[in-house]
Write a protein that binds this ligand. Structure first.
Ligand code: CU
Length: 210
């Protein structure tokens, strides 16, 4: 009788989430959180597709891109409406994600489809100081980081994965994690600032005319 009671108690003491598929959670430490854009943790490589594409829009206004960073899913459409009264020419030379929307004027919108995962640097061929970043997520396993720096990714398949912490203002950090059959994995990041306004060329790979 006593052993049966012990067995019953043991069954009740098993944590409720022990059978929950892989969870990766933790905290990101960073100096000066980006004012203009989210911080995200994602799993690089293969993973489940987004049920709905995460697309976005980047406005050109007052000779600047708004927002200054954007997170989208792979194969998403990103619109670039021009709300200025001058011509802009949105482009990128990021390897694998090169595009050139050519010049277009007030009230016009052109679009780009993000086919490759990773960070894409976006510039304007007419205005050297216009710059923004797009992070293209490879799969749906991701978590935006809350105000306290917490993140939580659920439903990750067991096995080895590369976990990436990304911020528009910090160097990305990658760590390898092993997700067990059940239970949570703890992951911690400390992100360092990266320089802003890194020099870049125009769409021809040449210096801008000043
Ligand atoms: Cu421009």
């Amino acid at each position: 009788m006593r052993s049966l009671l012990t067995l019953l108690l043991a069954a009740f003491l098993v944590p409720a989430d022990a059978s929950e598929p892989g969870v990766i959670e933790g905290v990101i430490q960073l100096k000066r959180r980006p004012s203009d854009g989210p911080v995200v943790v994602y799993i690089d490589g293969e993973g489940p597709s987004f049920s709905h594409a995460r697309s976005g829009s980047v406005v050109q206004r007052n000779r600047a891109f708004e927002p200054g960073s954007l997170i989208v899913s792979r194969d998403a459409v990103i619109d670039f409406p021009n709300q200025d009264n001058v011509l802009h020419n949105v482009f990128s030379l990021t390897p694998g994600s090169e595009f050139d929307l050519a010049e277009y004027g007030a009230g016009q919108t052109r679009s780009w489809v993000a086919r490759e995962a990773g960070e894409v640097e976006v510039y304007c061929n007419r205005h050297e100081d216009m710059a923004m970043k797009v992070l293209v997520l490879p799969n749906a396993w991701h978590s935006e980081v809350d105000e306290q720096g917490h993140f939580r990714i659920q439903g990750v398949s067991p096995g080895e994965h590369t976990l990436v912490a990304w911020s528009p203002d910090h160097w990305e950090q990658r760590i390898e994690v092993v997700v067990p059959d059940s239970g949570a994995v703890d992951a911690q990041f400390t992100l360092k600032r990266r320089p802003a306004d890194v020099p870049h060329t125009n769409k021809f790979g040449m210096p801008y005319y000043r």
